[in-house]
Ligand binder design. Structure first.
Ligand code: FAD
Length: 437
């Protein structure tokens, strides 16, 4: 067995792992002899932030839009993409009752039927009068009722999130909501119920997206920097990790002794590799299959993405690459991503899901007929949405405690087992790299 001693071992060559090494390349002295290795299980780097060029279309693993709120991260991304970035003012909608209303639902009831508006507003007023303190660690259902009241919960919050997580809204909590679910004042909700003119609200009122090459351009830029200071071994994974002796055994049989370990691989796989089987078994995620479609014709609208709370549609969200960036599709065509989630740990019937998705798209008027689909690309994401069930927080804490003080950094959406996005990954990665210098 070959054995090698290095400074930094990074598990996973997605955006988080690459960004740690990219940042190191910027802050290590030129003469530095620090050795860093990224070990990536798949043959390709990039993880979920990859893009595919197919049939003249550019698809991501479902649209990956850059929400850049932190000035330091915005500056970093702008520098790396060097002009290959466009800012887009969000146009997001909810499709329900056969109509499109503006996102977020709770602030834009305008356009819904009179009875739904009445139900939503009276529930919201009741919730404001009751003024209960919502508890994110309690059930999502209770949290939503406390904040939004019965109508908004029944018509959007409950059905949408149950479809996304494939769990009853009483069985997961609201700890993931943080900045992702805007909370309206009564005044805002009333204004949004009685008029169409409403300011864009929420975590993504405008966003950025590459002009060329899809989101992969960002991971490519990170990888160029990462390779200046680091070796990347693709097609290899960490089979066993011994945090006490700071060693990992890779799937090619080699041993790596490290000073620091950054793990961005799914926390349950990390825990298993460390021999912590029972915590690993307690971590659940809702898998998603993304159907990327290229369609002949014109989308007929400029919406960037739509949420689908109703049960009759098997997808929870549909986005339009070609509205986000017209260069994503050839002339005379449009392109979309259709996201269908599945219950954690159950067999997935992808062919059936695709049939259901196409029927739903026709029903919602988003494609004319199946014959208009000229390109199909299917991207399964086995851990897409971390499930915030009531075991999650303790389990994550248990794993963290087991490696505490052993120079292990658990980072990224899956490494830290949380609901997060690319900007957060980049920020975490920078902070970790800066500790190593
Ligand atoms: C449907 C969906 C839509 C999203 N949309 C957005 C969006 O619009 N904007 C946004 O900012 N974020 C979005 N995200 C979140 C974004 O995808 C993540 O925040 C980001 O990809 C996390 O990157 P990562 O490097 O931490 O993880 P990953 O991308 O999962 O990378 C981890 C890498 O580790 C590798 N790996 C796994 N196991 C091992 C092992 N044992 N050994 C070695 N390597 C291993 C994997 O192959 C992978 O390459 C979305 C996520 C999903 C699921």
């Amino acid at each position: 067995m070959s054995s090698r001693k290095i400074d930094n071992l990074i598990l996973g060559g997605g955006i988080t792992g690459l960004a740690v090494a990219a940042r190191l390349s910027e802050i290590l002295p030129k003469s530095s002899s620090v050795e860093t290795l990224i070990v990536e299980k798949s043959p390709f780097t990039g993880g979920l932030c990859r893009s595919v060029a197919k049939d003249g279309f550019t698809y991501d693993y479902s649209g990956h839009l850059l929400h850049l709120r932190r000035p330091d991260i915005r500056k970093w991304v702008f520098n790396m993409l060097d002009g290959n970035l466009r800012e887009v003012s969000r146009d997001a909608r909810i499709y329900s009752e056969g109509r499109l209303t503006k996102y977020p639902y709770q602030m834009n009831l305008w356009g819904l039927s009179g009875s739904t508006v009445k139900e939503c507003l009276s529930g919201l007023i009741d919730a404001h009068i009751a003024a209960r303190a919502p508890k994110p660690s309690g059930s999502f259902l209770k949290w939503s009722l406390d904040i939004f009241g019965g109508g908004i919960t029944k018509n959007f919050m409950k059905p949408y999130n149950e479809k996304l997580f494939r769990l009853s809204a009483g069985d997961f909590n609201a700890e993931w909501c943080g900045g992702f679910v805007p909370r309206p004042s009564l005044e805002d909700a009333l204004r949004g119920a009685f008029s169409d003119a409403h300011k864009a609200v929420g975590y993504n009122a405008s966003f950025f997206y590459p002009r060329r090459g899809g989101i992969q351009s960002l991971v490519d830029a990170l990888e160029i920097r990462a390779r200046r200071v680091c070796e990347i071994r693709a097609g290899v994974f960490a089979e066993k990790i011994y945090p006490d002796s700071k060693r990992a055994i890779l799937s090619d049989g080699s041993e790596i002794k490290y000073r620091h370990l950054v793990s961005t691989i799914p926390l349950k796989d990390f825990a298993r590799a460390c021999g912590m089987k029972s915590p690993a078994d307690n971590l659940r995620a809702a898998p998603v299959v993304c159907f990327n479609l290229g369609v002949k014709g014109n989308a007929g609208h400029g919406v960037h993405w739509m949420y689908f709370p109703e049960k009759k549609f098997n997808f929870y969200r549909v986005g339009f690459y070609s509205n986000i960036n017209p260069a994503s599709a050839p002339a005379g065509h449009y392109s979309m991503y259709v996201e269908v989630s599945f219950p954690s740990g159950k067999r997935r019937d992808i062919a059936r899901a695709l049939d259901g998705a196409v029927s739903g798209l026709i029903d919602a008027g988003l494609i004319g007929s199946p014959s208009k689909i000229v390109s199909l690309d299917i991207r399964p994401m086995p851990n897409a949405y971390v499930v915030y069930d009531f075991a999650r927080a303790n389990t994550v804490e248990k794993i963290r405690k087991a490696v505490n003080g052993k120079n292990v950094y658990l980072a990224g959406r899956y490494g830290a087992w949380k609901y997060s996005y690319m900007e957060e990954s980049l920020a975490e990665a920078r902070a970790i790299a800066e500790k190593f210098v």
